[in-house]
Design a protein around this ligand. Structure first.
Ligand code: 9D3
Length: 253
C-alpha cells in the first residue's frame, strides 16, 4: 500500500517511519510512505503558500494553487488504476474510527492533506478532496498528528503485524467493546493483589471473568458501544451478573 502525505513539515511526519508497525511495514515493503511539501510546488519567490482571508479576520489561509500542484505531482508518480482517495485532515471532518481504518486498509492507499494556519481555501476542498477527517473534538495546531494517527491505524492492519486471522477477528471485536484489565508479575505488591481467578489456572473460569470484565467496563464507561452490538445470550448473562454485583463488592473480585 502506498500512502502520500502533503504537509509543510515532511520531516516530522516521516519520523513515524522509524518506529513500530509503520517502520516494520516499510522495511518489509508492504507499505510505502512519501511526504510532499507544498512549498516545493509554488512559483512564489519566497515560497509562500498562504495569504490573508477574503472578508478579513485573524489568521492566514492556505492557498489552492500549491496544493493542487502537489496533488498533480503525486498523481504523476502514483499513476493509479484505482484512484487513491484524497483525505483532508480537518476539525470540520468526520470523526476517524476503526471502521475508517478498515475501509482504507482494503483500498489502494490514500493521500492525506495536512492543513496549517486558520484554514484551507474552500475551492481546493470542493474540487480535490474526497473526505474530511477529524481526530476528535480538540483544537490542534495542524493536521500532521491526525495524519500520523490514521497512517498508524491503517498500517497495522496491512502490515501483517496481526500475525493471523484469529487476531484480526479479535482486533475487530475488541473495537466493539472495551478490553478487560491486565495483570502481570508479581502476584502481590504495594499496589495490590492480582485477582485470584487469574492465578487459578482454570482457563474456562479465566475466560469467563475476562469477558465479564470487558462487558462490565463497557457498560460503565462506554454504554454507547453496547447500543451498537447484539450481545449473545452468554454475554447478556455475564453483563447481568456484573451489573448485579456492581457496587456490592470490589469490581475486580
Ligand atoms: C482556533 C482556531 N479555530 C478557530 C475557530 C479553527 C481551527 C483552525 C485550524 C482549529 C484547528 C486548526 C488546525 N487543526 C487541524 O488542522 C486538524 C484537527 C484538529 O484541530 N482537531 C481534531 N482533528 C483535526 S484534523 C486537522
Amino acid at each position: 500500500m502506498r500512502i502520500d502525505a502533503v504537509t509543510l513539515f515532511p520531516e516530522w511526519l516521516l519520523e513515524i517511519e522509524r518506529y513500530g508497525v509503520v517502520g516494520r511495514g516499510l522495511r518489509e515493503q508492504r507499505l510505502s510512505l512519501a511526504a510532499w511539501n507544498p512549498r516545493d510546488y509554488t512559483d512564489h519567490p519566497t515560497r509562500r503558500v498562504d495569504d490573508r482571508p477574503y472578508g478579513g479576520g485573524p489568521g492566514m489561509v492556505m492557498q489552492s494553487a500549491p496544493l493542487v500542484a502537489t496533488l498533480d505531482a503525486i498523481a504523476a508518480q502514483r499513476g493509479d488504476n484505482e484512484r487513491a482517495p484524497v483525505l483532508l485532515m480537518s476539525p470540520q471532518g468526520e470523526r476517524f474510527d476503526q471502521r475508517w481504518a478498515e475501509r482504507l486498509a482494503v483500498g489502494p492507499g490514500f493521500i492525506v492533506v495536512c492543513g496549517r494556519y486558520e484554514g484551507i481555501d474552500q475551492r481546493f476542498i470542493d474540487t480535490h478532496v474526497d473526505a474530511e477527517i477529524s481526530a476528535g473534538d480538540m483544537v490542534l495546531s495542524g493536521g500532521e498528528l491526525p495524519a500520523m494517527m490514521i497512517i498508524d491505524a491503517v498500517a497495522r492492519l496491512v502490515s501483517g503485524v496481526l500475525g493471523d486471522d484469529r487476531s484480526a477477528a479479535e482486533d475487530s471485536f475488541a473495537n466493539a467493546i472495551l478490553d478487560h484489565p491486565h495483570y502481570t508479575r508479581p502476584p502481590s505488591d504495594t499496589v495490590g493483589d492480582v485477582p485470584e481467578v487469574l492465578l487459578s489456572g482454570d482457563h474456562a473460569r479465566i475466560e469467563r471473568w475476562r469477558e465479564k470484565q470487558a462487558l462490565g467496563r463497557t457498560w460503565l464507561r462506554r454504554p454507547d458501544l453496547l447500543d451498537e452490538i447484539d450481545l449473545s445470550a452468554r454475554q447478556r448473562t455475564l453483563l447481568a451478573e456484573f451489573v448485579a454485583e456492581y457496587g456490592r463488592e470490589p469490581q475486580d473480585k
